[in-house]
Design a protein around this ligand. Sequence first.
Ligand code: SF4
Length: 703
Amino acid sequence: TRAIQDFDRVVDSVCPFCGVGCQTKVAVKDNTIVQVDGRNGPANENRLCVKGRFGFDYVHSPDRLTTPLIRREDAPKAGDMDLRFVDPMEVFRPATWEEALEKAASGLKSIHQADGGKAIAGFGSAKGSNEEAYLFQKLIREGFGTNNVDHCTRLCHASSVAALMEGVGSGAVSAPFTDALIADCIIVIGARPTTNHPVAATYFKQAAKLGKTLIVLDPRRQDLMRHATHALQFKPGSDVAMLNAFLHVIVEERLYDEQYIQANVSGFEALKEKVRDFSPEAMAEVCGVDAETLRTVARTYATSERSIIFWGMGISQHTHGTDNSRCLIAMALTTGHVGRPGTGLHPLRGQNNVQGASDAGLIPMFYPDYRSVETPDIRNEFEDLWGRSLDPARGLTVVEIMDAIHDGEIRGMYVLGENPAMSDPDQIHARAALAKLDHLVVQDIFLTETAWHADVVLPASAHAEKLGTFTNTNRQVQIGRPALDLPGEARQDWELIVAIARGIGLDWTYSHVSEVYTEMASVMPSLKNISWERIEREDAVTYPADAPDKPGNEIIFATGFPTKNRRGSIVPADLRAPDEVPDEEYPLVLTTGRLLEHWHTGAMTRRAGVLDELEPQGIAAMNPYEIERQGLTPGQMISVLTRRGAVEAVLRADREVADGMVFMPFCFNESPANRLTNPQLDPFGKIPEFKYCAARVESLKVA
Ligand code: SF4
């Protein structure tokens, strides 16, 4: 650690990576970040994980985009080519800002004029600020008259949000993760917090140390299980079987809270009927957990004074992801474990601002604050505000947009900070869609796998260079402050969205990001009493807040739910198999996820020296027994194959991976796991089944 006087300045900000939202102190010398430390924020109390502390130098990477680029006339479409061996200047030429912005805007405008709004789509980013998310969805809706605007929430918690909106009328968490410390029973299911939310995991470990009951449920073993009182490694894809078995016990043994249900909950009778056949004895074989353990977990959760549930993408990334979340909601509603400190429902949000971007309306079915685009009164309100008639139908979601490009319905796209060429399922199909577009504008800090497909590339601002608000998984709206000047000719993201808006004829006149926040807050009841000045002053404010001078409400649903009848709804779920199950040709289950050291598609962390040194190459992990069964050797190159393609990776022996399973992280562009994944969608949340598809492995012998 360097002495503080070695720095030119220290800037108070927030971490750019995960949804925990750790507050940081960013030390800068000569416009270079030299150190990042934790601050005493509400979500981290000075703690940081390896990414937050050591993953900052990507902003100084020589790969940063510093000048606008325009695709050369004779350049091939990127499609499925291996971009690592192509010189960017063979594909693009540098351009002036004037030329690039004119080409970007006029290309979108001419498609809009020829084919209407349905021919345009936009992907925003959960890494951008709330203000950028608000402006971006406004541009697509107001400027192009379409709701075809989405972002990577579709790939992480869309099904959780669908179930929460249906069940409790709000897609956000009901209590912060720090409430684990005052809960008596903590369930963590389908989440690997020590990897994906490391600072949140420290609170779970601390709770276990304090003697709380920690129950960890995951098809893969994981570090947090070492601290758990109950660790259940259930069979992949059997979530509903296990959760309905818990609900069966709650009903059969009358462990539910009758008074709470009568006052607050609808749908209990239908649930009783549904879970009758899901006894632990009947489900033990299905989910691979013995009946007595299933009963013990159900009893412990239901009878504890305060129980809280945390979940992650192991729950959401299934074709039955919404059903999985419905079961968790039913557990909380039947037992009354919601609306009090130390209880509740908490989907651990992935990216630093996925909560805020969704709140700000960066989704195709809702305006800001989850107000339906299909409700005439609400639509009229936004039409009055924005001065244009708006699309009355919900737009297409991420994967549906890729299909619509293939079908020729969508011809132009604006992608801001998103990397669908790496993050979308069935990557060959997704990249072919990007290559098919007549006009693609990509705004980013690196020439990502997606940017390679662009007609115009706009160099933008990294997190450490921008001012804006970011909302973490706890509903805490926090301010990120710029620590660095922009490199080269790069510009602020929000200014570029405004420039495109003006380029297509909108008369936007914002002159500071705070003006955007103020307009956004004026249409979001959730941000009432939370002004820009207040966030600047307090650094973090939880929404909703009852008064400008009162702390926000960390616990919601204490007095009912924000639904029409103020009641929560239980929607019983049936057992449905994953879309693609193993067979003779593909006998294994492929599941995908993240590594501690790398963030999502790797665009940032693969360019962070320390992090890439720790995890430098694409891997596929299998249990040592499974490796032996397959006649393979740890450390060798293998090919992982599914019905959609093949990917080469280094084979890693990992005892955490279950028998019959292969795990691949999706951050390595040399071993792109999403080339293999199944694009089949959950019917409600429209999230693909990243967590389960049929696969086989083959040895790659060196000739
Ligand atoms: Fe950043 Fe998340 Fe790590 Fe905190 S836990 S330092 S927010 S990556």
